[in-house]
Design a protein around this ligand. Structure first.
Ligand SMILES: Cc1cc2nc3c(=O)[nH]c(=O)nc-3n(C[C@H](O)[C@H](O)[C@H](O)COP(=O)(O)OP(=O)(O)OC[C@H]3O[C@@H](n4cnc5c(N)ncnc54)[C@H](O)[C@@H]3O)c2cc1C
Length: 591
């Protein structure tokens, strides 16, 4: 049943010929203002929200004629949309919503392949103003529809889905070689990037100027908006903090449809809310990211341990060197269960088959349930090439890994940073990329990491089957500004916590259920033993779970939600807040 608050179609149909001719002239103005799909980028910077864009009247006129025909079609499908009285802009917005089965099916699932939710349509914006108009269209309805920005959909538990709402396909803002939405200041060492941009494209764009962001996630085919909505952690976080600690400024389109430029000094509450904000307060359309001079090459190192105590104390020693020039530039760690050594793949992106055999022997000889690796990286350039090996040797002398179990690769900076991209290609070829990923990521206080290891690694997961990866590495809490929404463990004065990623794939029938049971057992253990973990990339099934997740931040988070998204339309797949009247398992958390 169509429902219009105003007979706008009738009005549009009565346009006479002269009017259409005038509008065509205006349309030409618009066309000449827009770069064509194949044109190279204009030299100008990515516009910030405070910039003056095309006069609205001109745009509105153009939109009227270009959107009219496709709009009729969409109105037949997006049946519940009522057009606001005063905004002809809406016509163009509706024409950018794709409602065909193919579009909605693709936006119904994510990397996790665990949750499915079908949206009513997928929106293809070409500017932040489009996103603002979509949101204003939603809140002009008597029952606003939900809106979920989708970066790459690399979430694992439906965080980017919008059942019965509209998914924003951020890709349509523009990506790839013809990147107009990446622009940098080489003097001030920052880069302005669209929220839709992939980190891999930012890497290539900034390297052209010998610069690069300071902190990277392990995988780079994810977006700025997606990682800044979570945290963006990786092996450089001990030194520079997560990606959200390396942002100077954001453009955000709020749940009220306002376009706001914010920073630590300007609309600071929105700035900090959006960082780690799980998409709850607005759509990030631009971020100003800190840069540093990029290195050319990397010594990529793994050292193996058969006991967890030496592994963790060496990791903590290494991160304590963060302000000296003598340590690693990147530090992570992995846990390889015995069975994954004896039954897993016979080579990895790092280890050869014979190296894996040696590691399996080490596990057998020491009777250890698992082998632990510290993964480190030392960056270097032509001028430091002659000293980097000595620097590495001196550092390794301070550590207590299993003698003889040092593995070093000398690779380019890009090869190192894009290592998971190569792994992706292998997994895709093997048909094990698009499978369910019941990933569980936890931040564990340093004081409980050995308890966690004893009960989870050597207990619950002891006999786990070999597909996937377990990460375990420390970082410093003082690099996380507490005003950000992202949650970290509260462990009194202790500054260090561990990121633990149980990144496992369900490749055979029945495995998803088994892995989910193991995840539930891990969470239950953490609760029962008062480990004080926080989930990273969190998922909680009840409002109470979310209240506990945010802890002391909860009342601030709820107040900011009321301020910036009072209809609770944004990123509904996170399941934190629900529009008034929505049914919620375990109680109500409407704003
Ligand atoms: C192989 C792999 C490796 C990974 N490695 C790491 C890692 O090392 N470190 C790490 O921190 N994470 C890592 N991740 C997790 C990654 O950070 C998340 O998947 C994150 O959600 C980014 O993915 P995305 O860009 O596809 O965002 P999506 O999954 O599309 O979105 C994530 C959430 O953010 C919201 N959102 C998306 N764009 C915006 C925007 N512009 N403004 C506001 N909200 C938005 C969405 O609605 C959703 O709620 C990895 C993921 C994969 C698949």
């Amino acid at each position: 049943m169509l429902h219009f608050s105003k007979p706008i179609l009738t009005e549009t149909l009565t346009l006479n010929y002269k009017c259409v001719r005038d509008l065509m002239t205006l349309a030409h103005i618009r066309i000449s203002l827009m770069p064509s799909a194949n044109s190279s980028c204009p030299a100008s910077s990515i516009p910030t929200l405070s910039d003056n864009n095309m006069p609205r009247a001109c745009l509105a006129m153009f939109l009227m004629i270009t959107s009219f025909i496709p709009t009729i079609n969409h109105f037949n499908i997006v049946t519940t949309v009522a057009l606001p009285d005063d905004d002809i802009f809406t016509l163009d917005i509706v024409s950018k919503i794709h409602t065909d089965h193919d579009s909605t099916a693709k936006a119904s699932s994510d990397f996790g392949h665990i949750v499915e939710a079908i949206p009513n349509g997928v929106f293809h914006p070409t500017s932040p103003a489009d996103i603002a108009a979509l949101i204003r269209l939603s809140i002009s309805q008597s029952k606003p529809f939900t809106v979920a920005p989708r970066g790459q959909g690399h979430s694992a538990r439906g965080q980017t889905l919008a059942s019965g709402g509209i998914v924003i396909d951020m890709r349509s803002m523009g990506r790839g070689d013809n990147v107009c939405r990446v622009n940098m200041s080489t003097d001030e060492l920052w880069v302005d990037v669209g929220g839709e941009q992939l980190w891999i494209d930012i890497l290539h764009a900034t390297l052209k100027h010998g610069l690069a962001p300071r902190i990277w996630t392990d995988y780079l085919r994810i977006t700025v908006g997606g990682t800044l909505s979570n945290g963006g952690i990786g092996g450089q976080a001990f030194r520079h903090g997560p990606q959200i600690s390396n942002v100077h400024e954001l453009d955000v389109v709020t749940g009220m449809g306002e376009m706001i430029t914010c920073s630590p000094d300007k609309h600071s509450d929105l700035f900090f809310a959006a960082l780690g904000g799980l998409g709850q307060f607005g759509v990030i359309t631009r971020a100003r990211i800190a840069l540093e001079p990029a290195s050319k090459r990397v010594l990529w190192v793994r050292i193996a341990y058969s006991d967890v105590e030496s592994f963790t104390s060496d990791q903590e020693l290494l991160i304590s060197k963060r302000s000296s020039g003598s340590g690693f530039d990147y530090i992570e760690g992995q846990v390889q269960l015995n069975r994954t050594l004896t039954e897993g793949r016979r080579s990895s992106s790092f280890f050869s088959a014979s190296e894996l055999d040696r590691l399996a022997e080490l596990a057998l000889r020491t009777g250890s349930t698992a082998i632990y690796y510290i993964e480190g990286a030392m960056y270097y350039n032509d001028d430091t090439a002659s000293s980097v090996n000595q620097r590495l040797e001196r550092l390794l002398e301070e550590l207590s890994f299993a003698p003889g179990f040092t593995f070093v690769r000398d690779v380019s900076y890009v090869e190192f940073l894009d290592r998971v991209g190569r792994e992706e290609q292998k997994l895709r070829s093997a048909g094990v990329w698009d499978v369910p990923h019941p990933w569980l990521n936890l931040f564990v206080p340093r004081s409980r990491i050995l308890d966690f290891d004893a009960s989870v690694v050597k207990g619950i997961l002891r006999d786990a089957k070999p597909v996937g990866l377990i990460l375990m590495y420390p970082m410093n809490k003082d690099m996380w500004d507490d005003r950000m929404t992202a949650a970290t463990p509260d462990d009194g004065e202790d500054d260090v916590f561990y990121a633990v990623g149980l990144l496992r794939s369900a490749v055979a029938a029945g495995e998803l259920e088994r892995l989910e049971r193991e995840n539930a057992a891990v969470l239950e253990f953490c609760d029962r033993e008062g480990i004080g973990c926080k989930q990273y990339l969190p998922h909680h099934a009840s409002p109470d779970g979310w209240r506990r997740h945010f802890g002391e931040k909860w009342s601030r988070v709820a107040a900011l939600k009321r301020k910036y998204d009072p209809w609770a339309i944004l990123s509904p797949g996170q399941g934190i807040f629900f529009p008034a009247g929505a049914a919620v398992a375990g109680g109500s958390a409407s704003v």
